[in-house]
Ligand binder design. Structure first.
Ligand code: K1U
Ligand code: ZN
Length: 174
């Protein structure tokens, strides 16, 4: 297994649209294992392949307290969305130390493939629905800060660019 580097906003690779997985094979199952390890180590409750610079439609999620309930979604699709909405204070491993409120559908019905390539469907609400929508946005090249005001986005971009330059300088002095 391997820990994968996570891209940080505003890296342009986060804006790419991920392609459908053509075949669920050992390469995809290894990607899933590496993504899960990376998500648990971060720590986070979700990770999309886009965030580790792999532009294929793969997501891992674990919202359990114990971190022992991994959900793997390959080629996920939201096939129904409620008109009822919920607001949740979201975070993102690609946007460190930024948390802000985003409004999304309260309940969704999701269709995806599992690690054997078998289709399955489930209904999600609450945090799971938030997380699935957030991760599918990543596969579509969208980062949650794009739901915030232009002013907030500019401030976040400036802060993260500064942080990246600082990290680069620190690496050069080591
Ligand atoms: O996609 C990501 O960057 C992962 C993100 C998922 C997410 C969190 C909250 C709302 C929507 C989507 C995270 O995991 S951010 C970190 C986080 O929320 C967390 C970390 C440790 C324990 C509990 C939560
Ligand atoms: Zn995210």
């Amino acid at each position: 297994m391997a820990l994968l580097p996570i891209l940080h906003y505003p890296d342009p690779r986060l804006y790419k649209t991920a392609a459908p997985v053509a075949q669920v094979d050992d390469r995809i199952r290894k990607l899933v294992r590496d993504m899960a390890e990376t998500m648990y180590a971060a720590p986070g409750i979700g990770l999309a392949a886009t965030q580790v610079d792999v532009h294929e439609r793969v997501i891992v999620i674990d919202i359990s307290e114990e971190g022992n309930d991994l959900l793997v979604l390959i080629n996920p699709e939201i096939i129904e969305s409620s008109d009822d909405r919920q607001v949740y204070e979201e975070g993102c491993l690609s946007v460190p130390d930024v948390y802000d409120e985003v409004e999304r559908a309260l309940t969704i019905r999701v269709r995806a493939l599992d690690q054997q390539g078998e289709p399955f469907e489930f209904e999600a609400d609450g945090l799971l629905a938030v997380c699935v929508q957030h991760e599918i946005d990543h596969l579509n090249g969208k980062v949650f800060v794009e739901y915030l005001s232009r002013l907030k986005q500019d401030r976040i971009r400036t802060r993260l660019r500064k942080l990246a330059r600082q990290r680069e300088r620190e690496m050069q002095t080591v």
